[in-house]
Design a protein around this ligand. Structure first.
Ligand SMILES: [Fe+2]
Ligand SMILES: [Fe+2]
Length: 267
């Protein structure tokens, strides 16, 4: 994937940072202030980490990619943006008559290479488009697979904060949120609300009868079910004690659903 790194080299452009001032940095996050007076532009830059951007003040901005594409954005106070995927090298221009101020929170556990692929560990200077030092990961992300054999009968069912829902986690990638688990619903229990997932979800029913109430889709032993990222489904009900193998290829939810008491249960 070309994020514009070739153009950066050809034009000998010196990339800047994603923000102006680092307000806080620890092993998990780096929080920047972005501040653009009317008419100002932040230098072309590359985002090496997923980030959340929260506007504290602003109005009309313009995003311009290194390829010359432009896009108007409206970022008044409270506007929140999520960069969950790598994007082309770009710069931001404040085209309003008010100061644009935001907090940009980089999530350091995931790091993108300049070509948009995900890596663990830090980039070497040679891999950055302008030869500058890329932000370093302060925590090693370990997602290595290893040969393992788990006898799932030997694992205890771990209750979640929704009464009657249990899991046996078999594998989880802390960097991406992907997971493989056995899930058990007691009869009469279900997910109480319509909801969507932040990644693709795959289920294989081993036991029971489990129903998506609005659509009537019902899983019985041998059923395979896929719900693509972003598709709303549910609420659900287990008509019988039900057990599934459940696979997510990324984070389970965009935000913690209200039927769970804690973040861990939502992952
Ligand atoms: Fe940016
Ligand atoms: Fe769901």
């Amino acid at each position: 994937m070309d994020n514009g790194q070739n153009l950066v080299r050809e034009r000998d452009i010196k990339l800047g940072d994603v923000g102006h001032t680092i307000i806080l940095e620890n092993e998990h996050v780096r929080i920047w202030e972005v501040r653009l007076e009317p008419g100002e532009t932040i230098d072309f830059h590359m985002h090496y980490h997923p980030c959340v951007i929260i506007s504290l003040n602003g109005d009309a901005n313009l995003v311009e990619t290194i390829f010359g594409d432009t896009r108007d954005t409206f970022e008044p106070m409270g506007k929140t943006l999520w960069f969950g995927d790598p994007r082309p090298i770009h710069r931001l221009h404040n085209k309003s008559d008010v100061t644009y101020v935001s907090r940009l929170i980089e999530l350091l556990h995931i790091e993108w290479k300049i070509d948009g692929t995900m890596v663990k560990g830090s980039l070497s200077a040679a891999e950055t488009p302008d030869g500058s030092k890329a932000p370093e990961l302060s925590k090693e992300v370990s997602d290595a697979l290893e040969e393992i054999l788990i006898q799932t009968d030997d694992l205890e069912w771990s209750p979640k904060s929704l009464d009657g829902l249990y899991q046996k986690m078999l594998w989880r990638n802390e960097a991406t949120g992907a997971s493989i688990a056995l899930i058990r619903f007691d009869k009469g229990v279900g997910i109480p609300s319509a909801h969507l997932h932040a990644s693709n979800q795959f289920m294989y029913c081993l036991k029971g009868k489990y129903r998506y109430i609005p659509t009537g889709i019902t899983l019985v032993p041998g059923s395979y079910y896929c719900n693509p990222k972003g598709c709303v489904h549910g609420p659900t009900i287990a008509d019988e004690d039900s057990v599934f193998l459940e696979i997510y290829d990324g984070p389970h939810y965009p935000v913690k659903p209200d039927w769970y008491d804690n973040e861990e249960d939502a992952t």
